[in-house]
Ligand binder design. Structure first.
Ligand SMILES: NC(=O)c1ccc[n+]([C@@H]2O[C@H](COP(=O)([O-])OP(=O)(O)OC[C@H]3O[C@@H](n4cnc5c(N)ncnc54)[C@H](O)[C@@H]3O)[C@@H](O)[C@H]2O)c1
Ligand SMILES: O=C(O)C(=O)C[C@@H](O)[C@H](O)[C@H](O)COP(=O)(O)O
Ligand SMILES: [Zn+2]
Length: 354
């Protein structure tokens, strides 16, 4: 088991058989807990609920629609109604059990209810363990774009029990590793070496390689959000690949996995850096090879260039009319590229749509 502290503000526990720590993380004054869960992990939610009940806490359980369909104003309003009718007070607590869609939603509902109540995150996908459940970015989507409504609201604790991902489909394991290798591209080259040594081992949910990858990615995220919770500068590096990724997701009506879109988005950012003359061919090829080795997508052929530019303009890193990208000058050496030329953007677009 490993416990990673986020600036002493809260702990991320990673290990096998650590689920009981979730109920234990709910602070004592709580009289009731709202467990927000996905159908796929009802058994995990049941175990957390039983532990809470054993502590004498009243448990409300709400299963939400799968995937991005959970991250809506309508689902949020439904949950606010549940809390209102249950007399949910400021010392009561939300627990999110599921993938990143659930942890984003649960965090947002906790952030917005009575202007903020506690949330304990129990991520059950690789992606949520390494990224979504950690760091306090919460939110929902609207028709115009991804994560456009939300709040920064840090959890009380994150409990990542690796036994829970043993039921995760292989394609979702790979999608989670997209965010892991993103951390390798921006900050921890050892992650890339582990994947390069054996992509099969990295994808094995029972193996030691995956545990180490999860721990390393969480450490990257913890270090960054400890320094810059509200994304005033450094935190933007965690958004590597996401400008293009979010445009894919929205244009495809969220039928693409987030991690798959991030994989293509990282390659778009790599190609953009090459087109801008700041990244060498070998570093672009290395990113492409790592993404390919994990069986992740490397191309997106569904988008029109100008439409993608319009959607990318709604990225949260945009300032005024200036599109801004996180780019690499080398593996681990992050910079901002502000207002790239149309030709540079076109070159990157062509490279990932071919
Ligand atoms: N807040 C952040 O910092 C942050 C970071 C990264 C991603 N995200 C968000 O996270 C979301 C993507 O997360 P995700 O990839 O986990 O998607 P997801 O929550 O949709 O889960 C993927 C699928 O796995 C299923 N599932 C979950 N746990 C399972 C398990 N243990 N066994 C079997 N099936 C299981 C779900 O039901 C779903 O069908 C996106 O909305 C993305 O924007 C947020
Ligand atoms: O934690 C962050 O900061 C990130 O950017 C992590 C991303 O992987 C994540 O997908 C995040 O939700 C994107 O945030 P957004 O601000 O671009 O909506
Ligand atoms: Zn992401």
């Amino acid at each position: 088991m490993s416990v990673i502290s986020v600036a002493g503000r809260y702990d991320v526990t990673i290990g096998r058989g650590v689920l009981e720590r979730a109920a234990a993380a709910v602070p004592d004054p709580a009289a009731r807990v709202l467990v927000i869960e996905q159908a796929a992990v009802a058994a995990v939610a049941e175990r957390v609920a039983a532990d809470l009940t054993a502590r004498g806490i009243e448990v409300l359980r709400e299963a939400v629609p799968d995937g991005e369909a959970a991250k809506t104003v309508e689902v949020s309003a439904h949950l606010w109604g549940v809390m209102a009718r249950a007399g949910f007070t400021r010392t009561d607590v939300v627990v999110g059990v599921g993938g990143g869609a659930v942890t984003d939603l649960a965090g947002w509902v906790a952030a917005s209810w009575l202007r903020g109540v506690g949330v304990v995150q129990v991520p059950t996908t690789v992606l949520a363990m390494v990224d979504a459940a950690v760091g306090g970015k919460t939110g929902i989507n609207i028709a115009e774009g991804k994560n456009l409504v939300g709040a920064f609201h840090e959890p009380l604790a994150v409990v990542a029990d690796l036994e829970t991902v043993e039921t995760l489909p292989a394609r979702d394991v790979a999608a989670g590793l997209a965010e892991v290798v993103k951390c390798g591209f921006i900050r921890d080259e050892r992650i890339l070496e582990i994947v390069e040594a054996s992509p099969e081992a990295a994808l094995d949910v029972r193996g030691a390689a995956l545990s180490e990858l999860v721990e390393r990615a969480v450490q990257v995220k913890a270090d960054v959000v400890a320094a810059d919770l509200k994304e005033s500068s450094l935190r933007e590096i965690l958004n590597y690949g996401h400008t293009f990724a979010h445009a894919i997701e929205q244009r495809e009506n969220y039928t693409w996995r987030h991690g798959d879109a991030v994989a293509v988005g990282c390659l778009f950012a790599a190609e953009l850096a090459r087109a801008a003359g700041v990244l060498d061919d070998a570093s672009v090829a290395r990113q492409r090879a790592v993404v390919t080795a994990l069986g992740l997508p490397t191309t997106y052929t569904g988008g029109d260039f100008d439409e993608m530019l319009t959607v990318m303009g709604r990225d949260k890193k945009t300032r005024g009319n200036l599109l801004r990208f996180v780019v690499l000058h080398a593996i681990g050496d992050t910079h901002r590229l502000e207002g790239p030329s149309r030709d540079e953007l076109r070159a990157a677009f062509d490279a990932v749509t071919a």
